[in-house]
Write a protein that binds this ligand. Structure first.
Ligand SMILES: Cc1cc2nc3c(=O)[nH]c(=O)nc-3n(C[C@H](O)[C@H](O)[C@H](O)COP(=O)(O)OP(=O)(O)OC[C@H]3O[C@@H](n4cnc5c(N)ncnc54)[C@H](O)[C@@H]3O)c2cc1C
Length: 335
């Protein structure tokens, strides 16, 4: 059993998105992590692995961190499934954090799972809330949906460290605060690239990458199974082009290979809060609905008058999503 008293501080993996900016969800987590660190009387530490890491510090410093531990190297420009876990595992061994939080992005989810295995500790994916269990030695108490989202369970990690979890975008609000003296600690990049079996010759560019983050979009066009085909789904992107909207959807279009995974909205995808969510052929399963309820206005189109999505919609359109989509596109084409 780990000596728990030797583990201190709250860490947040402050992921850098596409060598461009600090991941929004990581900034949201820093706000909540600050609260937890204060209650524990411990430090809040941002972990940054990036190329030109210092260019992100001015942003991170606005979110209440006491310390930034960073590694700066060209190999860290994009997430790498061998390099990142090894470097961070070494940091965990050296500094022994008590709590380690990650945004639920593709990269951070993969990273946290590998680290949890290496540390032989527990990992809660997509935690819905974080608090301290005052009755149990201030253990991190996480809320997590279970049994298809029908129940919420509380999970603690009493015997191993760090206590780890991933958190979806939109779960917490960003909270700006500034500390006077922020420690900057640079650690060496010491990954031996001879260990890699795969040589990196380039990084892919994603054609379908949204121009703005789904979680920040003001207008989201949602597609579900009722849209009928990949060909029809493509038309949602066309509507998004005309309207400056962002396309997202349910899990089904991903299984049908109509939509990439990073556009999923819901419990295991993004949480959105647009001014308008326009849902085409979506049933309204709870796993999807939890990700859309912060939308200001919801308009849903469904052929079934009893579809669950109508229970959370402001406007319910009983009709064929394909026909309505065609009609909308025609309007824009004729303009
Ligand atoms: C652990 C777990 C996590 C999950 N996480 C997520 C998640 O994060 N996000 C998510 O979305 N799902 C998630 N799911 C899946 C979720 O349970 C549902 O299966 C999914 O949301 C249903 O997608 P859908 O509404 O597109 O498809 P369906 O449930 O098949 O609904 C299609 C709807 O389209 C309507 N329809 C059919 N034809 C037309 C037409 N021509 N015009 C208009 N309407 C039409 C139908 O009446 C129906 O209501 C998760 C499931 C599990 C078990």
């Amino acid at each position: 059993m780990t000596n728990l008293n030797e583990y201190n501080d709250v860490w947040v993996f402050t992921e850098i998105k596409d060598h461009e900016n600090v991941n929004n969800c990581a900034l949201e987590i820093l706000g909540k992590a600050r609260e937890i660190a204060d209650q524990l009387n411990q430090k809040l530490v941002a972990i940054v692995l990036a190329y030109e890491a210092d260019k992100y510090f001015s942003t991170i410093k606005n979110y209440g961190v006491d310390k930034i531990i960073f590694i700066n190297h060209i190999d860290l420009k994009h997430y790498h499934e061998k390099i990142f876990p090894e470097l961070i595992f070494n940091l965990i061994k050296k500094y022994q954090p008590s709590i380690f939080l990650f945004p639920s992005t593709e990269a951070s989810s993969a990273l946290s799972a590998r680290l949890a295995y290496q540390c032989q500790t527990g990992l809660v994916n997509n935690a819905l809330n974080l608090e301290l269990d005052k009755k149990k030695n201030n253990l991190l108490l996480t809320d997590k949906p279970a049994y298809g989202g029908n129940y919420s369970v509380k999970i603690v990690c009493p015997k191993t460290r760090p206590q780890m979890c991933t958190i979806t975008t939109g779960t917490f609000q960003k909270k700006e605060s500034k500390k006077d003296n922020i420690d900057l600690i640079e650690e060496k990049y010491n990954f031996d690239k001879n260990k890699l079996k795969i040589k990196i010759i380039g990084t892919p560019t994603r054609k379908d990458k949204p121009s703005a983050s789904l979680s920040d979009a003001k207008f989201v066009i949602g597609g579900g199974c009722g849209i009928g085909s990949k060909e029809n789904f493509e038309k949602l992107y066309k509507l998004a082009d005309y309207t400056d909207g962002q396309v997202g959807g349910t899990r089904r279009p991903i299984f049908n290979d109509w939509m990439p995974e990073h556009l999923q909205i819901g419990i295991s995808g993004e949480t959105i809060k647009p001014n308008l969510y326009l849902a085409f052929g979506i049933s309204g399963a709870i796993q999807h609905v939890v990700g859309i309820t912060d939308s200001e206005t919801i308009i849903a189109i469904n052929t079934d008058p009893n579809a669950s999505i109508f229970r959370v919609s402001d406007y319910c359109v009983i009709g064929d999503a394909k026909e309505i989509l065609e009609g909308l596109l025609k309007q824009y084409e004729n303009e």
